[in-house]
Design a protein around this ligand. Structure first.
Ligand SMILES: NC(=O)c1ccc[n+]([C@@H]2O[C@H](COP(=O)([O-])OP(=O)(O)OC[C@H]3O[C@@H](n4cnc5c(N)ncnc54)[C@H](O)[C@@H]3O)[C@@H](O)[C@H]2O)c1
Ligand SMILES: O=C(O)[C@H](O)COP(=O)(O)O
Length: 310
């Protein structure tokens, strides 16, 4: 049995696959075309979010029996077509849910307490206590959109705070002891904080737009650790300018990696605003990217493939 690794992961993944009797091949640089030329030789493929597994790829993967997605999001995989072809698919939200929960909470507390702004000022020699007066999370209503693995992980981290947690999800009956599921009207009426945890789908692309933002009854703090394309950056910036959005913590952006570098170089207006705004906190898609999650993600994939496939 041969498995092709298309992204680097914790070494335990390759070690444990070898112990299971797999031949491990690694290819982190070839083009998609070149990978497609040789994928018929493999029984399994291991990817992260970089590589796209679409219909064309799956048609060429004539011997493929499993896909290991070392991460949570399945946006880069045609899951329906893989299922049709009876290919076993393992993903690993269990591996990075805690990291995402902690990162999201960290961003929120940091924004509410103006920590990055204050840090920048103090290091420049400015001592401004009044300009850095914070706002407490205590007593606020935190709204979570998409109450799956990541949304629940964030709610768990919040459970020690005296906050009301509500969630909105397209699927009914997802509420639990930590968060009460509400309809979108109540969600927009009550939320002081809005945290996005939906996958990127046809329905969620651009879901955070001007109409959506303006329908909230109160100004709110906004967090996105889901996918950048779920937010229209230009509309988010308008929300920040009008102070409908009090601050934004963004781990994901509409443009990432190569296109992010282009955007950075060209400095389009909306992104320029995000870079300068003192109430905007940006991280480079690392919410689920911790030392611990690297290991847990790899272990989860080995365990699932062992249980479901070997
Ligand atoms: N920044 C990071 O490092 C990082 C890490 C892990 C996951 N993610 C992102 O988070 C996403 C969610 O991960 P998850 O494991 O929680 O997924 P999940 O499938 O467990 O949960 C997603 C939830 O969103 C709901 N949903 C889908 N469409 C919706 C819509 N239009 N409106 C409201 N709710 C909707 C689903 O019903 C589900 O309950 C991933 O797809 C990925 O994009 C990012
Ligand atoms: O979906 C995920 O698990 C995260 O977005 C991380 O994905 P990546 O590390 O594969 O880019």
């Amino acid at each position: 049995m041969k498995v092709l690794h298309l992204d680097t992961n914790h070494p335990l993944l390759i070690e444990q696959f070898a112990e299971l009797g797999f031949q491990n091949d690694e290819d982190y640089t070839s083009s998609k075309d070149d990978i497609e030329k040789k994928i018929h030789l493999y029984d399994g493929v291991i990817i992260r979010s970089r590589f796209t597994i679409d219909q064309q790829f799956l048609d060429k993967a004539t011997n493929l029996k499993f896909i290991g997605r070392v991460g949570a999001g399945l946006e880069n995989i045609d899951t329906r077509y893989a299922k049709q072809k009876d290919i076993f698919l393992a993903s690993a939200p269990e591996g990075n849910r805690n990291a995402v929960g902690e990162h999201t909470l960290g961003m929120l507390l940091s924004l509410m307490n103006k920590m990055t702004k204050a840090n920048r000022e103090v290091k420049k020699g400015k001592w401004d206590r009044e300009g850095n007066r914070g706002v407490e999370l205590n007593g606020k209503t935190v709204g979570i959109i998409g109450y799956g693995n990541m949304g629940k992980a964030f709610a768990e981290k919040l459970s020690g705070f005296d906050v009301d947690i509500i969630c909105y999800d397209i699927v009914g009956g997802v509420g639990d002891d930590n968060a009460r599921q509400v309809g979108i009207m109540e969600f927009k009426q009550k939320s002081d904080v809005v945290s996005l945890h939906v996958p990127q789908t046809e329905k969620t692309i651009g879901m955070v737009n001007s109409g959506f933002i303006n329908e909230f009854h109160k100004p709110f703090w906004f967090l996105n650790t889901a996918r950048g394309k779920c937010v229209i950056t230009h509309d988010l910036v308008n929300g920040l300018k009008s102070e409908k959005i009090l601050g934004a913590g963004l781990d994901v952006l509409e443009y990432e990696k190569k296109s992010f570098e282009n955007m950075f170089a060209q400095k389009p207006k909306a992104f320029k605003y995000l870079r300068k705004a003192k109430n905007v906190l940006l991280t480079p898609h690392v919410a689920g990217w911790t030392t611990e999650s690297k290991e847990k993600l790899a272990q989860t994939i080995v365990d699932k493939i062992k249980a479901g496939f070997c």
